[in-house]
Design a protein around this ligand. Structure first.
Ligand code: GLC
Length: 515
């Protein structure tokens, strides 16, 4: 891959408001993250994706940016971010920021100026109809319209929530009846494009290593086959390759063939869209449950198809443990099931992403009111559980001032300090598996993958020039047989279980080097 460091990277996703609060205001911050880099490094993760940290009114947890050139005050300053990048680099780590490319906050200065009836520099920065009485339905990648509340006579397209007006990158297919729809190469869309480059340049020059791009596949409107958005990102990627060849782009797209064609280095398997990803760890009958009532085949049908379509491309497909938009794995899986699930996550192709706290089995905090547009997502965003001190070491603020309430019932048991001290913990399993991946090229991002058995057990092979590795997983609570020859050198097994012949003990997982 162009960015060599991705071949062997393992990412850790940090939701900054919930990671570590250094100034006792109840909300996590950048100095807090800097103070925990050693923890992340010790787990084995060498790269970080940080959720949005720019100035914002936080209607959608920062996915509503007001100023792209300024760290949100509650997290610190631009200098703090610069220190974070430098501190990470010193430890051999990389940091990517969340780039909300498709929309801003309605409080962004650009939008305010765009709302003025007089023509100005920002008139075409957003997508506007030519009268407020028109708000067409069913245009691809437009979720609704902002109407009224300003004196410009038009409706402004919305990308997500209504406080997130869509930036104007133009339309791939224009409707003749809508003369206000602009071409991708019209001056408005071209100036939005130039601004996005400027933003990327600003942070890359500061030392950041790339971006996870929010809703990356939706920038160009009425773009039925994605060709417009693909062409747009190809332009960004060409520019990056020339100016910042080590920088990486990760997409929230969920259609790897399009995302990789567009020039992304990685695309995620997502909890929405056609991926069947939720059926792995979530849903009523997840595959990775000892009850063995799940079906992993629909997931693999899509995954293998995508692997095939992206063969030879300069990018990978990443399977995350979770993220800030979905339920915690621990809501549906037991600690043992999670250990086995991590054996899968750490031995699959693509770059692994560990959502903060998943390495500890942090639980979904149930019954919370929504915080900053979290809604059902709020329970998976609770503050990190570090130790047994107050607020589980997250913050010195009073417990009722925390950004989101913690898992008060279990935080004294499920926390980093306790699990680091217990060799049988999930933390240690994740750490062992990452360490194994780091030294075995066949387990890394771009090594080959061959699916062998896909019911219970799950058996697959990873291979590269240097070695071939067999992964055998029986998550069920019953003994199972595999048709595979399991001889070879046993590199890792869940719970140190032994493997004899073709019989797989209940709840077992084995990673075997074949040669
Ligand atoms: C992405 C983010 C999500 C956010 C949305 C709108 O899906 O992951 O958290 O609410 O985009 O920006």
């Amino acid at each position: 891959m162009t960015a060599e460091w991705l071949k062997n990277a393992v990412f850790y996703e940090i939701y900054p408001q919930s990671f570590c609060d250094s100034n006792a205001d109840g909300i996590g911050d950048i100095p807090g993250i800097i103070s925990k880099l050693d923890y992340i490094r010790e787990l084995g993760c060498d790269s970080i994706w940080m959720n949005p940290c720019f100035d914002s009114p936080f209607v959608d947890a920062g996915y509503d940016v007001r100023d792209y050139y300024k760290a949100a005050e509650r997290y610190g300053t631009n200098e703090d971010l610069k220190r974070l990048f430098a501190a990470a680099h010193e430890k051999g780590m990389h940091v990517i920021l969340d780039l909300v490319a498709g929309h801003t906050s309605s409080e962004c200065e650009w939008f305010r100026k765009s709302c003025l009836p007089e023509k100005n520099e920002y008139t075409d920065r957003y997508i506007w109809t030519d009268t407020v009485w028109v708000a067409p339905q069913n245009i691809g990648n437009i979720r609704g319209w902002l109407r009224g509340g300003y004196d410009r006579d038009g409706s402004a397209a919305v990308n997500f929530f209504t406080a997130q007006p869509a930036l104007n990158y133009g339309f791939a297919v224009k409707d003749e009846g809508c003369p206000w729809e602009q071409d991708m190469h019209d001056p408005g869309p071209m100036s939005t494009r130039a601004e996005l480059k400027k933003i990327m340049k600003f942070w890359l020059d500061m030392g950041c290593d790339g971006f996870r791009v929010d809703m990356a596949g939706s920038l160009v409107k009425n773009d039925p086959d994605g060709k417009g958005t693909i062409a747009l990102w190809q332009d960004f990627r060409r520019w990056l390759d020339e100016e910042y060849p080590e920088a990486v782009l990760v997409s929230e797209w969920g259609e790897a063939d399009k995302a990789l064609t567009a020039g992304f280095h990685m695309d995620f398997v997502l909890h929405f869209g056609p991926s069947h990803y939720p059926e792995l760890f979530r849903t009523a009958h997840p595959y990775f449950s000892a009850k063995a009532e799940g079906d992993i085949r629909p997931f693999f049908d899509v995954y293998l198809n995508n692997l095939k379509k992206t063969e030879g491309m300069d990018g990978v497909i990443s399977i995350p443990s979770g993220n800030h938009d979905m339920d915690r794995m621990a809501r549906t899986l037991t600690p043992s099931e999670m250990k086995i699930a991590f054996a899968f996550l750490m031995s699959m192709p693509g770059v692994p992403f560990v959502y903060y706290g998943d390495e500890l089995g942090m639980r979904e905090v149930e019954g919370l009111s929504s915080v900053e547009g979290g809604y059902y997502r709020t329970g998976a965003r609770s503050p990190m559980q570090w130790d047994c001190t107050s607020n589980a070491g997250f913050s010195a603020a009073s417990p009722d001032c925390l950004y989101i309430p913690q898992d008060r019932e279990m935080m004294h048991v499920i926390n980093a300090e306790a699990e680091m001290a217990d060799p049988a913990s999930l933390y240690h399993t994740v750490k062992e598996l990452i360490a194994l991946r780091k030294v075995h090229p066949a387990l890394q991002s771009t090594a080959g993958f061959r699916l062998i058995e896909d019911t219970y057990p799950l058996v697959y092979e990873r291979s590269c020039e240097e070695e071939t590795i067999l992964v055998v997983i029986n998550v069920s609570d019953e003994e199972k047989q595999t048709a595979q020859d399991t001889s070879g050198s046993l590199l890792w097994s869940f719970d140190h279980k032994a493997l004899t012949g073709n019989t797989l003990p209940p709840q077992s997982a084995f990673i075997i080097r074949k040669g």
